[in-house]
Every structure is written in C-alpha cells, then in structure tokens.
Ligand binder design. Structure first.
Ligand code: CUA
Length: 338
C-alpha cells in the first residue's frame, strides 16, 4: 500500500516556498531596494509601502485571531435563532463595512498625497535630461548642452532634475528604486519623473517592464554628483572626441570609420552621425558596457565588439570578427575616448 501523505507536508512546502522567497528578497541588496530611499519621491513611496505593510499586518493578525476564535470557541446551544443573528451582525458590520472603509479611505488619501508630490511644478532652473529607451539600452541626452551619452544618468545633488522619458521602440519602464518612483516609457508620448536628492552616490536602476529577450539586462546607473563635479562632467561630455594621441589610436579611428561601427554609432568630431546605437564620443568615461551588464575594461570591450551575442543574445549589435591587429587598434582608440 502506498503511504498516505501526512498533514504536515503542505505546511512543509509552504515553509520552503517562504524561505526561498525570503532569500530572493535578501538578494535585492541596499543598492536596488525601494526601502532604502535617498530621494524625496522615493522616500514618499517607501513611507506608503510601510503604511500598507503595517495596516496589512494588523488586518492579518485580526482576521487570523477571528478565524481561530471561530474554529475553537465552544459552540453554545442556541435555541433562539434571532438572538444569534443579532450577535453575528455586529462583527459583520464592523469587520465587513466600517473598518475596510476606514482603511481604504486612509490608503487612498496617502496615495493621492504621494502622487501629488511626485509632480512638482516645473522649476525654471531645473536641469532637463531626456532618457530614451531602446531594446536594450538607454540613450541619455542633455539638450541644453548638446550632450549625448548612454546607460548613465548624471545629475547634480541638491536640486531637482526633470527626466523626460520616451521610447524608440516598445514599452520600457525606468526605475531607480532608491531615488524615484517607477515610470513607463510609452510609444508616442513623453512621461516625466523627478530626481531630487542631496546625497551624492551611484544608484542602480533597471528596466522594470518586460520589453523582449534582454529585458533583464537593460540596466543603468544614476550618478549623483555635487554641483562642481556635475558641471565638470557636463562640460567634458559636451566636447568633441579627443584626437588620437598615438599612431595605434589613429589607426583605431581608421578601423572604426571603415568598419560597420559607423552604421549605428556616432563619435562626435568624426564624420559619423548614426544614432541607432549608443553615442561613443566619451565611451571611456563610462563605468559599464552593454547597459550596465559588464565592466568597461579593455578585455570586456574586446569581447563585446567581437561577440556581443554571447553576452546579450538577441542584442541589435552583430558580431564583428575583426583581424586581431585591427581590434587592438580599435580598442586603443575607444579606450582613449575619455
Ligand atoms: Cu526595457 Cu524591459
């Protein structure tokens, strides 16, 4: 005869699922947790989260206690059905109508208040940054300064920055949990999110709307700098690309201009104009490659140029089997683009 499953088995499974879920949550780390807010909007979102958490926890405790009470209380012998019904109506009215109404009104009020603050009036002095989602990377533009970069949003600390979000293809979602709320990039329209923090640092972000094969590898970082460093960065990014400093880099530029790179990439200061892929004018100043997936080192860059499909299968960039000497020259040139 087969053994009859014991009653503890479902409980054991539930415990295992909860343990895995808890482990998965711990992997979120402080870098990408909305519960470690440093931005004004993110702080309000986190406050709302905790309000919902504690209200939910309180309701859970009350409902569980009521359920246990109903299960284990002694059944009184009731001979008067009307008397029983009167007693049962009271918890029904309070637990089913009055308390839920109060909870919903409180939560709606708190949510509306948080949303109202999420859209501060357009300040004339606010820096405007345009962020354009692509499968699967982020184009970042500073229209006032003619700066174009990718996958890194630099903002000054201590004053609000307005991010205008658009998409070049499908729906993406811009989310940097420590700094601001999540907002979708929707074809045909422009959405806005504000970043306002006085804490310099590097904050990790992530596309939060499924957008195709490499959605999970559509990351970015927001770099919050103090005002002088931000202005310095902005001025440097506004410059055209540096002239090659040596013969190897000069040859690398020739390789870049004669290979298929130019069909998708721009390096300002050369004759390239395509905006299909990331602007590479100051590639070497960025910390990561391929939308925050790999560190920006010579080795990783070489691997990415030769075989991007290995790193991000489905990426729009094709493999480029350059002769070794050409590849070394190209890496020397790209590595000089500070
Ligand atoms: Cu872009 Cu998910």
């Amino acid at each position: 005869m087969t053994e009859i499953p014991t009653g503890s088995r479902p409980l054991f499974r539930l415990g295992a699922v909860l343990a895995v879920a808890a482990l998965a949550l711990t992997a979120c780390g402080p870098d990408q947790s909305m519960l470690s807010p440093v931005g004004a909007d993110a702080g309000r979102a986190a406050g709302l989260w905790w309000l919902m958490f504690w209200l939910g926890a309180g309701i859970w405790v009350v409902v569980t206690a009521a359920t246990l009470y109903a299960l284990y209380r002694r059944q009184p012998g009731r001979h008067d059905p009307l008397a029983g019904r009167r007693w049962e109506n009271t918890p029904l009215i309070w637990g089913g109508i009055v308390l839920p109404s109060i909870v919903l009104v409180v939560l709606t009020g708190a949510t509306v208040d948080a949303m109202r603050h999420a859209d501060p009036p357009a300040a004339a002095e606010a820096t405007v940054v345009q962020v354009i989602g692509h499968q699967w990377w982020w184009e970042v533009r500073y229209p006032e300064r003619n700066v174009v970069t990718a996958n890194e949003v630099h903002v000054p600390a201590g004053r609000p920055v307005r991010l205008e979000l658009r998409t070049a293809d499908v729906i993406h979602s811009f989310w940097v949990p420590a700094l601001a709320g999540k907002i979708d990039l929707i074809p045909g329209r422009s959405n806005t999110v504000w970043i306002n923090t006085d804490r310099p640092g590097v904050y990790e972000g992530q596309c939060a709307e499924f957008c195709g094969l490499q959605h999970a590898k559509m990351r970015f970082r927001v770099v919050v700098d103090d005002e002088p460093r931000f202005q310095e960065w902005l001025a440097a990014q506004g410059e055209s690309a540096a002239e090659p400093a040596d013969a190897l880099a000069a040859r690398g530029r020739q390789v870049f201009l004669s290979a298929s790179c130019v069909y998708c990439h721009t390096i300002r200061g050369t004759a390239t104009v395509s905006a299909i892929g990331p602007d590479l004018t100051h590639l070497a100043s960025r910390d990561t490659l391929a939308a925050g997936i790999i560190p920006n080192t010579k080795g990783h860059l070489g691997g990415w140029i030769v075989d991007p499909q290995q790193v991000k299968p489905g990426a729009r960039m094709p493999n480029n089997y350059l002769p070794p000497d050409d590849l070394q020259a190209l890496l020397a040139y790209l590595g000089s683009l500070e």
